[in-house]
Design a binder for this molecule. Structure first.
Ligand code: PAF
Length: 294
């Protein structure tokens, strides 16, 4: 596996169909599933590791973001990556960088509302990755369902010839969606964090039982979080998968997204629904190799 610091160098090392897995590093099993999927579907797979300062609204969150490049390189290689690009902040954003990509509408609600500027940072860096690395297909986790909608809209609007693909959420045994932020949870917060997925699974049960009562479905999603004193809900919404507009009617491709602060750590999760079929994600049999740095 090659390790590069520039897009030009990385692009020069691959040929044929190229899959791209953008990450902020500190890889976990969810990232590895993206890499494995990309490696299975392409001639070459590029993984980027870049903690993008432009998408953080809070310096403490940026400074505290976990990093371990050496470990990431080993995991990416094992999952089938051909090239890892780990550029510097000054390479991605030189002093005279002046362009920001904003995606209207799809960023209005949920994460866009709670984290102003966040999606402009995501759209800008991913547009730079698409332009610099020219992938045929790019892979993103469905946990960040609104991010997936924002990136797909950006790619369509800017005519990037890339297929933007969502890959199912990977979960621990109790349902907690894998996230690099999970390492910041205290033991009590870790227990409380499972209420996000518990609510989503209760909502999934109702949908699969044929309910179309969206108020009841969203109430079921909220209920376990509301019962836990360590959890403060930011939002629970049903939204259209393409426009990310919240809706009160079930149908077509949609997602239920939840966001909550669990004892100081902000977590998100989501459930993708296609015409009554629910993608609950993949539950791992064991949590042994999920998080590094310890
Ligand atoms: O989902 C992430 O890890 C980031 O938002 C992404 C897509 C790598 C952009 O920095």
């Amino acid at each position: 596996m090659n390790v590069c610091t520039t897009f030009e160098d990385a692009r020069g090392r691959v040929s044929g169909r190229v899959g791209l897995v953008p990450t902020m590093g500190y890889l976990h099993e969810g990232h590895l599933r993206l890499v494995e999927t990309a490696a299975g579907e392409n001639d070459a797979t590029i993984v980027t590791v870049f903690v993008n300062p432009m998408q953080f609204d809070d310096d403490t969150d940026l400074d505290g973001y976990p990093r371990d490049l050496e470990r990431d390189l080993g995991l990416a290689a094992r999952a089938g990556a051909d090239v890892v690009v780990a550029p510097s902040v000054t390479y991605v954003y030189p002093e005279d960088h002046r362009t920001t990509v904003t995606v209207a509408g799809v960023t209005d609600a949920m994460e866009g509302h709670h984290r102003p500027g966040h999606f402009a940072g995501v759209a800008t860096v991913v547009a730079k990755l698409f332009a610099g690395l020219r992938p045929d297909t790019a892979y993103f986790g469905r946990k960040d369902a609104q991010q997936l909608a924002v990136i797909a809209a950006m790619a369509r609007d800017l005519s990037f010839p890339v297929d933007v693909k969502g890959v199912p959420v990977v979960r621990e045994v109790d349902g907690l969606a894998l996230s690099s932020r999970n390492v910041r949870l205290s033991p009590d917060a870790r227990r409380a964090a499972s209420t996000l997925s518990a609510g989503l699974m209760a909502a999934a049960d109702l949908i699969e039982d044929g309910s179309s009562d969206v108020a009841a479905i969203l109430a079921a999603a909220r209920s376990p979080m509301e019962a836990d004193p360590l959890v403060r809900i930011d939002y629970v919404e049903l939204a259209d998968a393409r426009s990310a507009s919240p809706t009160r009617t079930l149908g077509g491709k949609q997602f239920i997204a939840v966001a909550a602060v669990v004892d100081g750590v902000r977590l998100i999760d989501s459930l993708t629904i296609l015409d009554g079929d629910v993608d609950r994600g993949e539950v791992l049999p064991s949590s042994s190799i999920l998080y590094g740095g310890t």
